[in-house]
Design a protein around this ligand. Structure first.
Ligand code: FAD
Length: 278
């Protein structure tokens, strides 16, 4: 049996590895010139780390990932801890494996690096497919044609494969915008954040901070509700995200100095930001 995979992101690369692990032949086609990922961090819970370990990537996951010992959920306005999920050894015993925080490019590099030579075909943009009794034929912009028994569309949110299978589907903007930044740990050292997952919940928004890259960097994901009908509105959301990081910073400082928040705890723009918003 041969499976054609269109898309060399985390989904396509993981599917290719899993199929090869089961002794099934695979060809993976990626439209860009390299298998690469942008973006900040990703949290790998036990259901995923178990699979990666089964695919022989356990040691590599431990090398690139930062294991979280706990998830701490706090109130963004008061920094009061609302809930703690114990992870670490207790979590591994309960869920069957660890909870790892990884830099996205490290995860994709780990997956793609485990694929044998000859599987990945770069610079091949799929344009469509034909199905018949015996299998499937995939067509590419380059003129190349691939023939297999099964086609897996792992070509992301604007999937060509899905569009042909299910027809044009209108994407709906959820009006939620997430800002992500990578911050060198040294610049955030004064916050005294442990290498765990820290979440702050507040009205209409939340912030998540966790460590990636074996303690070299910190990822920060403030989220907010936006109505970005104009560039100006989007810039305002950006400023809000910056202010939110300041708020997280100040909340941490407050926790340590045991000072009380002014009433309301608004997202003031005063204070020093560790990073520009990306
Ligand atoms: C803010 C945010 C935080 C998240 N956090 C987490 C998390 O903590 N844990 C978690 O498990 N998940 C998380 N997710 C979800 C996860 O990131 C995505 O589900 C995952 O990255 C999707 O991977 P993918 O391979 O399906 O798609 P993509 O990464 O989009 O890859 C698609 C690939 O297909 C290629 N391609 C596209 N069209 C074609 C074509 N026609 N021909 C050939 N190639 C093509 C593209 O170039 C690309 O390489 C998060 C998502 C977001 C937005």
């Amino acid at each position: 049996m041969k499976v054609i995979i269109v898309g060399g992101g985390i989904g396509g690369a993981a599917a290719a590895l899993a199929l090869l692990h089961e002794g099934i032949g695979v060809e993976l086609y990626e439209r860009t010139g390299e298998i690469s990922e942008i973006g900040a961090g990703l949290q790998i819970a036990a259901n995923a780390s178990r699979v990666l370990r089964r695919l022989g990537l356990g040691q590599e996951l431990e090398r690139v990932g930062v294991p979280a010992r706990r998830v701490s959920m706090c109130d963004l306005r008061t920094d009061r801890e609302l809930h703690v999920t114990p992870l670490g050894e207790a979590g591994a015993a309960r869920y069957g494996d660890g909870f790892y925080q990884v830099h996205r490019p490290d995860l994709l590099e780990m997956l793609a690096g485990a694929l044998p030579r000859g599987i990945v075909h770069l610079n091949e943009r799929a344009t469509g497919f034909r199905q018949d009794e015996a299998g499937v034929t995939v067509e590419f912009e380059s003129g190349h044609i691939a023939r297999g028994d099964v086609l897996v569309g792992a070509d992301g949110i604007h999937s060509t494969v899905r569009r042909q299978l299910l027809g044009e589907q209108e994407l709906e903007f959820a009006r939620l915008v997430a800002w992500r930044a990578l911050i060198p740990v040294a610049r955030a050292a004064s916050l005294g954040l442990e290498p765990d997952c820290h979440v702050w919940w507040g009205p209409d928004r939340s912030a998540v901070v966790y460590w990636v890259r074996a303690m070299e960097l910190l990822a920060n994901l403030p989220e907010g509700i936006a109505r970005p009908q104009s560039r100006r509105a989007l810039r305002r959301v950006g400023a809000g995200a910056k202010a939110q990081w300041c708020c997280v910073e100040r909340a941490q400082h407050r926790r340590r100095s045991a000072r009380r928040l002014p009433a309301g705890g608004s997202l003031s723009r005063r204070g020093r930001c560790c990073s520009s918003v990306v």
